[in-house]
Design a protein around this ligand. Structure first.
Ligand SMILES: [Zn+2]
Length: 73
């Protein structure tokens, strides 16, 4: 997968990661970064996570809805 690392400022091939910095519910930082930047961010104590590669839209399963709605517990 090819993506743009906001920290390196260049196109990178591989697994993209997202680094998020939040304070009092306000997002101060939200950027897509490469693996090495992700490791750096983690070392700094920032919240970071791998971005899921497959961006398939979530399809609801009509056959599953009816049976799960009334389940209690
Ligand atoms: Zn980077």
């Amino acid at each position: 997968m090819e993506f743009f690392c906001r920290h390196c400022d260049e196109i990178v091939v591989g697994q993209p990661y997202r680094v998020i910095s939040e304070e009092d519910g306000v997002v101060l930082l939200n950027m897509t970064v490469c693996r090495s930047c992700y490791k750096e961010a983690r070392a700094l104590g920032l919240h970071s996570e791998a971005i899921q590669r497959d961006r398939k839209p979530r399809r609801r399963r009509p056959w599953a809805d009816a049976s799960t709605l009334s389940a209690g517990g």
